[in-house]
Design a protein around this ligand. Structure first.
Ligand code: ADP
Ligand code: 5GP
Length: 218
């Protein structure tokens, strides 16, 4: 749609909180309503999990090549998490938003703050697990992280909860179908902000005026 810019969403949570699952489900719901979206693929220096594919889940990079990208200003944001570097390449985001595609960033809270500074209109959503036990269980049953990585992620979680109040929206990811409905609802509500609806509303108003004049002109 001409003049329509995509919406940038940040979805943060402790690792295992359900970001990937919820974003993919919400994107499918939005697609059903004709809203195009893109799940940004981050760069990271961490080792790939058994189920992960380079270029699909992450762009896996050496520390050296990641640092070269930092020096070249290629990242919109980047941060260190549990001993590894993670970053969002500008190329994942900027062109897509200007083409009218929504972009979802699955990033941790330091990166979320950097993006908020650069793109004040970003919509920030924090996903809470319902409890410590549930998060530990989900991390364990995902079966992708070693015991030590799970311990680090649980410890990191309590830091992340400290800044979750700065996010625009909070979702407790208890029942999956409910959480998907809430995330989809947030995305739809953001599309219905008057300022984002303006091009469509202008079209309706102009058409209305034209027909009114045709109907009642003498
Ligand atoms: P993240 O992307 O935040 O690290 P994932 O989306 O990979 O988290 O979810 C972690 C694990 O928890 C996955 O195995 C996923 O299938 C599971 N999961 C996510 N949300 C729910 C839920 N509401 N109920 C049950 N399992 C869930
Ligand atoms: P994981 O190693 O479990 O995939 O991710 C660890 C943490 O890094 C998660 O909180 C995830 O959201 C975050 N993360 C993933 N990609 C990025 C990124 O590009 N930038 C930032 N700042 N964090 C990211």
């Amino acid at each position: 749609m001409a003049g329509h810019r995509g919406v940038l969403f940040i979805v943060s949570s402790p690792s295992g909180g359900g970001k990937t699952t919820l974003i993919k489900a919400a994107m499918a719901e939005l697609a059903g309503r004709g809203i195009k979206s893109h799940f940004s693929v981050s760069h990271t220096t961490r080792t790939a999990r058994p189920s992960e594919t380079d270029g699909v889940d992450y762009h896996f990079a050496s520390r050296e090549s990641f640092e070269n990208m930092v020096a070249a200003g290629e990242f919109l944001e980047w941060a260190e998490y549990a001993g590894n570097l993670y970053g969002t390449a500008r190329a994942e985001v900027e062109g897509r938003l200007s083409m009218g595609t929504d972009v979802f960033l699955d990033i941790e809270v330091q990166g979320a703050n950097q993006v908020k500074t650069l793109v004040p209109e970003v919509v920030k959503v924090f996903i809470y697990p319902p409890s410590y036990d549930v998060l530990k269980h989900r991390l364990t049953q995902r079966g992708q992280d070693a015991t030590e990585a799970i311990r680090q992620r649980l410890q990191w979680a309590s830091r992340e909860f400290g800044v979750a109040g700065e996010f625009d929206y909070a979702i407790i990811n208890d029942r999956l179908d409910d959480a998907v409905k809430v995330l989809t609802g947030i995305c739809l509500a953001e599309h219905h902000r008057s300022k984002r609806m303006k091009p469509r509303l202008d079209g309706i108003r102009e058409g209305f005026q034209q027909h009114l004049e045709e109907d009642y002109s003498q």
